[in-house]
Design a protein around this ligand. Structure first.
Ligand SMILES: Nc1ncnc2c1ncn2[C@@H]1O[C@H](COP(=O)(O)OP(=O)(O)OP(=O)(O)O)[C@@H](O)[C@H]1O
Length: 655
């Protein structure tokens, strides 16, 4: 036998149906006769009592024993059904039972009566009339009525009475001949039905137990009521929410809802039969969210289920969800090989980042103008490092108030400040454990927080706001800034010790204007992406080719992000134009890339041969002059900023 077979056999034995067969009369003999046939399917106990005696005995035994189904017959069966809460199967009289009993009666006398409980058998009546048989038919409800009836029949000259046990016994007692109506087959059928009912009852009970187990463990409060608002079922969470966790559950069952949960009303769910979801109600100190759902059985409403959630729990779940979302969304998407670059400076920079990622776990400080790709590089470093499979969490230090930034970074304990979430909250350092945290705009971090950050970097431990214990964290920090951090250190706006702690590995991303060689590849890459998003990938290259001269003449103060935005705008413009944009369209779509319009005309001068070169040269010269004036005429500085030699700068300005 396999282990599964053994297990199911054990389960079957554990749930062997228990049937009590109850009769005060001769049906008991029939029960005894067939009980052995059912011994494999059920435990059958025979109780040789009837009516009130039987009820007393059954109730006494039920205190210590289990009974699934009762089998009984006639008026005794009807009495037991009325007085007991157990399922009961009545032994039924079949047509053949009647014929067999009448045959036995006829052998005694032809003055026969048949007396049945409650109703006479209609088929039998038809049969008697059809064959004009001298058989009298009677029915009774109580034992007294049966006795009365048999006396009357005796007075009418009846010699044999066919009927259930009570009737047959009374007939014998009153000097008539009693013939018992029930057969072995009718009792067998009743036992089979009883076994089946016990089986269904068991299946339902285990389903109920499963549901009950679910209810007991739900954190939402649940209460089921019937149409009269009586409590059918309730779970511990509901007791907790209602403020009476000590009340034993059984005390609630069957009581009116308003008595046990005065604060939770059924509302109109019972009268209107419509669900009422998400109703926010104040119950004492708590704000509860209550759902009321009607329950229907076969199309008829039989009650309602009320589920109750504490609004504090909802908020907690929502914030956890938000944090989870944040963590989930902030994984690093980019890899270093996706950084588009052909310039030697950028290629060297990418190789340096590869080394920083693979060979070191030290803090990295990325500096560069806005939009140069600092976050892209940070993600690339994370993805090339041993931390790639762990979280990458980014935060812009300039986007929060001091207190919010503090709690976001370091987390807080329960009750740390007004509005602090119950149970506290982990900060990004904790959430990024084993991974990387990207602190963008580090120059914007308030001095107080710089001190806390320095401590985290030194101790590799984080202390939540309002907390007493330090939590060890293993996080790599990559910081980024577009500001001159050293200048800020000198101006005492940035902690020197923190600067040196962050600046272990340096990455300086040059602005786009200092690496014009990258422009074409970047344009192709970003246009491809933008046009793909717009569903126009085939046109990207042609358009890049047509706009590149214009692009080359622009200084891209917004760097790669500006280029990305231009690509996006152009892609959308192409959809509207249904084709490649002409010079006018370009001017309209990308006005910042064009020089000032000719005063008064509202349009650019008419195109002439060689215009593009002239425009490019003019724009370049304007840009060189503006950088030169930014450097207060210092050519060496301007050349450095522009990424060209002093001689080239001089030559270009002369041209
Ligand atoms: N070399 C590159 N190859 C491909 N895409 C790039 C490159 N450099 C930047 N980008 C893209 O340009 C956009 C701006 O980059 P990113 O956000 O990394 O810049 P940033 O320096 O962090 O900007 P900010 O200082 O404003 O936060 C991003 O969409 C990024 O994917």
């Amino acid at each position: 036998m396999s282990p599964e077979d053994t297990a199911s056999r054990h389960a079957a034995i554990a749930h062997h149906p228990v049937i009590w067969a109850v009769s005060a009369y001769r049906l008991t003999d029939i029960f005894r006769g067939i009980a052995p046939e059912f011994s494999a399917q059920a435990d059958i106990h025979i109780i040789n009592k009837g009516f009130a005696d039987a009820v007393d005995e059954i109730q006494a035994r039920l205190r210590h024993e289990r009974c699934d189904v009762i089998v009984a017959a006639g008026s005794n069966g009807a009495y037991l059904r009325e007085h007991l809460a157990l399922p009961l199967v009545l032994v039924k009289v079949g047509g053949f039972d009647i014929l067999a009993a009448l045959t036995r009666a006829r052998q005694v006398s032809d003055r026969i009566a048949i007396v049945t409980h409650k109703t006479t058998a209609p088929e039998l009546g038809k049969f008697i009339r059809l064959f004009d048989l001298p058989i009298k038919e009677r029915s009774y409800e109580t034992a007294d009525q049966a006795r009365h009836c048999i006396r009357a029949l005796a007075a009418q000259g009846i010699a044999v009475v066919v009927g259930p046990g009570l009737v047959a016994n009374l007939a014998d007692e009153l000097g008539l001949h009693g013939v018992f109506l029930y057969s072995l087959d009718s009792a067998r059928e009743a036992f089979s039905d009883a076994v089946e009912i016990a089986r269904i009852k068991h299946v339902e009970a285990s389903r109920h137990a499963q549901l009950d187990a679910v209810l007991q463990h739900l954190s939402d409060g649940v209460v089921a009521i019937d149409m009269t608002q009586k409590v059918l079922s309730v779970n511990p969470a509901m007791l907790r929410l209602a403020g009476s966790p000590e009340t034993p559950m059984a005390q609630w069952l069957g009581k009116p809802l308003r008595e046990v949960l005065p604060a939770v009303r059924a509302g109109s769910v019972l009268t209107r039969g419509w669900p009422d979801l998400g109703s926010v109600e104040q119950v004492g100190q708590r704000t509860l969210v209550i759902n009321r759902v009607p329950v229907f059985e076969q199309g008829v409403q039989t009650g309602a289920v009320l589920t109750v959630i504490d609004s504090g729990d909802v908020e907690q779940v929502t914030s956890r969800l938000r944090l989870h979302q944040q963590v989930k969304n902030r994984h690093a998407r980019y890899h270093l090989h996706q950084v588009a670059a052909v310039s030697t400076r950028m290629k060297q920079l990418i190789a340096l980042c590869e080394t920083y990622a693979r060979r070191s776990d030290a803090t990295v400080l990325i500096s560069g103008e806005s939009g140069t790709g600092k976050e892209l590089i940070a993600q690339g470093i994370h993805n090339a490092s041993r931390r790639a499979a762990e979280p990458f969490l980014a935060i812009n230090c300039g986007a929060f108030t001091e207190s919010l930034l503090e709690s976001e970074l370091f987390g807080y304990e329960d009750g740390a400040f007004t509005g602090a979430r119950r149970g506290g909250k982990a900060g990004l350092f904790e959430s990024a454990h084993l991974g990387t945290i990207f602190l963008d705009e580090i120059g914007e971090m308030p001095l107080v927080l710089q001190t806390r950050l320095l401590r985290v970097l030194q101790e590799k431990e984080v202390m939540r706001v309002g907390g007493r214990e330090s939590i060890p964290v293993d996080v790599r920090v990559i910081a980024a800034t577009h500001r001159d951090l050293l200048g800020m250190v000198e101006a005492q706006q940035f902690r020197q010790d923190l600067f040196y702690r962050l600046n272990i590995l340096q990455v300086v991303i040059p602005p786009l204007r200092q690496r014009p060689e990258d422009l074409a590849l970047l344009a192709v890459t970003l246009f491809d992406a933008a046009f793909k998003r717009a569903g126009l990938q085939d046109q990207a290259r042609d358009i890049v080719k047509s706009v590149l001269p214009l692009f080359m003449s622009h200084s891209w103060p917004g760097n790669v992000r500006e280029l990305e935005n231009a690509a996006e705008r152009l892609a959308i413009g192409c959809i509207a134009l249904h084709g490649i944009p002409g010079p006018d369209d370009l001017q309209r779509l990308l006005p910042e890339l064009h020089g000032p319009r000719v005063a008064g005309s509202g349009a650019r001068p008419p195109a002439a041969a060689g215009e593009l070169k002239a425009v490019t040269r003019q724009t370049e010269k304007a840009h060189l002059q503006s950088v030169l004036s930014e450097c207060t005429g210092n050519q060496a500085e301007a050349a450095k900023r522009l990424g060209i030699s002093r001689a080239t700068l001089w030559r270009k300005l002369r041209a």
